[in-house]
Ligand binder design. Structure first.
Ligand code: BG6
Ligand code: MG
Length: 221
């Protein structure tokens, strides 16, 4: 039986995936690298430094900067990103998310956050939903980022649950891959093009409903 939900944050709970994209796009442009939304799909769920590496590689400029310079570039992107999310409030929850979280708590589901973002706790605070989460996986403590299953395995274990007792929710291809590799039931929010590997796919957060997910879990067994 399902007893817990392990959530991605950016693009699932709030539209911050768009802000990550805008901040990376601006930084890339300064480096004379043009990135578009299609390329950005590969950055979703990926850590800050790994995202920078992918962008530099894409622009064939990965040999141009040393570690210290890369850290400065990543810090610059983060400053821009933080300026974009600083005034986030409850109103920035994606449609249906507040209702879904309330429904999960009413059904005694345990909630974990499995976001690669070091800004996760700050965002949850601004969105006014930090207290709903029983635990937050610290991305700084991970050996491997998504698509490695580690963050979802940790989410389940920090809740005191097995992966089979949890559902993972994601908007990124790397995230769905991570949930599947963990052996957890995966819910994808997005298009079949990107998230075809999800066990259960919905096109928007408005469609999040506990009963539908539990029916899908039962059918997958
Ligand atoms: C993930 C986002 O949740 O967090 C990525 O999907 C982002 O786009 C990553 O790069 C790391 O976030 P941060 O806030 O630590 O730079
Ligand atoms: Mg995401």
């Amino acid at each position: 039986t399902i007893k817990g939900f392990v959530f991605d944050l950016d693009g699932v709970i709030t539209d911050s995936a768009e802000y990550h994209f805008l901040a990376w796009k601006a930084l890339a442009k300064e480096l004379d690298i043009m990135i578009n939304r299609e390329f950005n799909e590969q950055l979703k769920g990926v850590s800050r430094m790994d995202s920078l590496e992918r962008i530099l590689k894409y622009g064939a400029k990965d040999q141009l900067y040393n570690q210290q310079e890369k850290e400065a570039l990543a810090a610059k992107k983060n400053e821009h990103y933080v300026s974009l999310i600083k005034d986030v409030t409850k109103k920035d929850l994606l449609p249906g998310v507040s209702e879904f979280l309330t429904e999960l708590k009413a059904k005694d589901m345990k909630l974990a956050l499995a976001s690669a973002s070091k800004n996760g706790p700050f965002l949850l605070e601004g969105l006014g939903i930090k207290e709903l989460f029983d635990t937050i996986v610290d991305p700084a403590q991970l050996t491997h980022g998504k698509p490695d299953p580690e963050i979802f395995q940790k989410g389940a274990s920090q809740l005191g649950l097995s992966v089979e007792e949890c559902v993972g929710i994601e908007d990124a291809p790397a995230g769905i891959e991570a949930i599947n590799a963990a052996g957890m039931f995966s819910v994808g929010i997005g298009s079949k093009d990107s998230l075809g590997a999800a066990d259960y796919l919905i096109s928007s957060t408005e469609e999040l409903a506990l009963d539908n997910i539990l029916v899908a879990v039962a059918h997958t067994k």
